[in-house]
Design a protein. Structure first.
Length: 637
């Protein structure tokens, strides 16, 4: 426990300096439950790669350590249990060969799965993995026709109208479904007993009656255009397969992964095998090694990261430390920013399709990302290098390129997306894919729009009357929830979105007395916990309404606190209580500090950023000290 904000700032800065790597980065883990651990076991066993037995044992150990007394695996602490995660864990453990279905813990897992609907109730990704490995027949799953990739950009819906994350996963999936590819070995488990009845929702009657009916408008649209393509059906199909294959190969990163995502690379490997690649060919080996390079240690156990958060960690920490008073000339900051400079993009990515006048200049999320930049990492990196722009010509050039790229990504509705401009067509809603809004679309969001406005307002000389600023502000006004909050796309959830929106609006010159800001501040005050902190459940994400966690977390408290500090002109009791919560709980290590604060896919993919417990309390305390240094409450905190 620290006695004052100054003490705590010094303590966090000291920890961060110690944790910096030799090359200037911070490698805090990107922890995402057991899905990637399970899929790695399934991949290695499916390809009969026998020289990774130690890795498989380590992953089995971690998966087992996460099992609940009920037999289930959870996505987050206050979830009762998750069917998909439990199926994936159960299947991987059986496939590993180190667990038997006769064991009590495995029987408990099986009981949970069957009691909660069985395989029928699992997610789309789980079913795809089971189809690839021979547990669900492809004939009983509906698929997106591979000819879809040939539709021109002028067509009402084409392949590039999907989000970049969606394309990365759908491209190999279209090949797999077209080839009806499966791979089984003599070690493949049989989990057909995880269906709740003989007549499952995957029977032919369901596919014909329900899926075809749901998809018929979309399929009719595709079929009509495909018929206009020149050539015999077989030639068109072969052309589509080749184009999809080329799409994947051209987007493989230097480490062998597809866009540096675990799931897309997992599917890529099987897609290549379905096209005739041997498991010992360079592209396959390179992809497997790319996945293995994402291995990290979490609490002494081996975990496969979904991707590496190196740029995000490093940019946020460099900026937060500078806000806390660490000079830009400090060796720690210089080393971090030199690294960031080497990761600015020079390649054209898919984003240019919807913004053809744009030039490269963004940053991506992971260490090896070279062609898939995003707005969040770009503004975070620009914040980190801001103070050196006028003293270094190279930095000035990077700054200009980065800002121009961010400007060019603003959507026509005034908000900012995550990766690409203009990827949010309403026609996407015709496709009945589970969680399609997260997989297929890349709409403007409150967190991206708010943080971009905060960047332009606080770190550039852009006038508050600039059209981009006004459009962004209006987007936030239009998308505020009735209770005063905003939904955050990449964090949990309404606290996260509201923090970004409030700080963005204030930086954009909106008065602290504006009704939108006052309403949002009232909401934050109303949900503050008695201990002075804030906490929100991951359930908010799926339910699309704020769900209290029932406990406070350091990260949620820092977000809420930073928003209040930005929008209040004097220290309030809520601010004092929030500061005191952080000071009293800074060294806490329990389920609240490990609670997942980020999300990728609502209901199925959540993230524990291990660096957040340092980054955001440091930022909130630094802003508190800067704004209220002479306030009596500050002196007495």
């Amino acid at each position: 426990m620290s006695n004052t904000p100054s003490d705590e700032i010094k303590r966090i800065v000291s920890i961060l300096k110690k944790d910096q790597s030799d090359v200037g980065t911070w490698e805090y883990p990107f922890e995402t439950g057991i899905i990637t651990d399970a899929y790695m076991i399934i991949l290695l066993r499916s390809l009969t790669i026998d020289d990774e037995e130690e890795l498989i044992k380590e992953l089995v150990d971690r998966i087992l350590s996460k099992q609940e007394d009920s037999g289930a695996w959870k996505l987050f602490y206050d979830e009762d249990g998750n069917v998909s995660a439990t199926i994936e864990a159960y299947y991987a453990l059986l496939y590993s060969g180190y667990c038997s279905d006769k064991e009590v813990r495995m029987q408990a897992a099986r009981h949970f799965i069957l009691s909660n609907g069985g395989i029928d109730k699992s997610s789309s990704l789980t079913k795809i993995m089971l189809a690839v490995t021979g547990q669900i027949p492809w004939s009983k799953m509906f698929n997106l026709p591979i000819e879809f990739v040939l539709l021109p950009l002028s067509f009402p819906l084409n392949f590039f109208d999907f989000s970049v994350y969606g394309r990365a996963n759908i491209a190999p999936l279209m090949i797999l479904t077209d080839k009806k590819y499966t791979i089984k070995t003599n070690k493949s488990p049989n989990i057909s007993d995880l269906y709740t009845s003989k007549h499952t929702r995957w029977d032919e009657e369901y596919v014909t009656r329900v899926l075809l009916k749901e998809w018929s408008p979309f399929l009719s649209l595709i079929q009509k255009k495909v018929e206009d393509l020149i050539g015999l059906p077989k030639q068109i199909q072969e052309l589509a397969v080749d184009k999809t294959k080329q799409y994947m190969l051209e987007r493989i990163e230097p480490d062998g992964t597809l866009y540096s995502y675990f799931t897309s690379t997992f599917l890529l490997i099987f897609a290549l095998l379905s096209l005739g690649y041997k498991k010992d060919e360079p592209a396959v080996i390179h992809a497997i090694n790319g996945l293995k390079s994402m291995k990290c240690q979490v609490d002494g156990k081996t975990h496969m990261q979904f991707t590496t958060p190196t740029i995000w960690n490093t940019a946020l920490i460099s900026y937060a430390m500078q806000e806390a008073g660490v000079s830009e000339s400090d060796p720690v900051i210089k080393k971090a920013n030199r690294f960031l400079a080497t990761r600015q993009h020079y390649k054209f990515g898919d984003w240019v399709i919807h913004s053809p006048q744009s030039l490269p200049g963004g940053w991506g999320f992971s260490n090896i990302n070279t062609m898939n930049p995003d707005i969040d990492d770009t503004t975070a990196s620009l914040r980190a290098i801001c103070k050196t722009v006028n003293i270094n010509t190279n930095v000035h050039t990077s700054w200009d390129r980065g800002i121009k790229w961010v400007f060019s990504m603003q959507n026509d509705d005034g908000g900012w997306p995550s990766f690409e401009k203009g990827v949010n067509k309403s026609i996407l809603s015709m496709i009945p894919i589970e969680d399609a809004e997260y997989l297929l679309a890349d709409p403007s969001s409150a967190d991206l729009t708010g943080r971009t406005l905060e960047f332009f307002g606080n770190f550039t000389n852009l006038k508050k009357s600039h059209d981009s600023i006004k459009l962004g502000v209006n987007w936030l006004f239009d998308h505020q929830e009735p209770n005063g909050s905003w939904y955050g796309r990449w964090g949990i959830c309404y606290i996260y979105g509201s923090w970004a929106a409030i700080t963005g609006l204030v930086a954009a010159g909106i008065s602290q007395d504006h009704s939108s800001i006052r309403k949002s501040l009232k909401w934050l005050r109303d949900i503050q916990n008695p201990d002075g902190g804030w906490g929100e459940s991951c359930k908010s994400d799926k339910m699309k309404t704020y769900v209290p966690l029932g406990a406070s977390t350091l990260t949620h408290t820092a977000w809420a606190l930073d928003a209040l500090i930005a929008a209040e002109d004097k220290v309030t009791p809520e601010i004092v209580n929030g500061i005191n919560y952080i000071l009293k709980n800074n060294d806490k290590v329990d389920w609240t500090t490990a609670y997942l604060k980020g999300q990728g896919m609502a209901g199925s993919f959540y993230i524990h950023y291990h660096g957040y417990r340092y980054i955001f309390p440091l930022l909130a305390l630094a802003h508190y000290q800067k704004k209220f240094a002479n306030d009596s409450h500050t002196k007495n905190s």
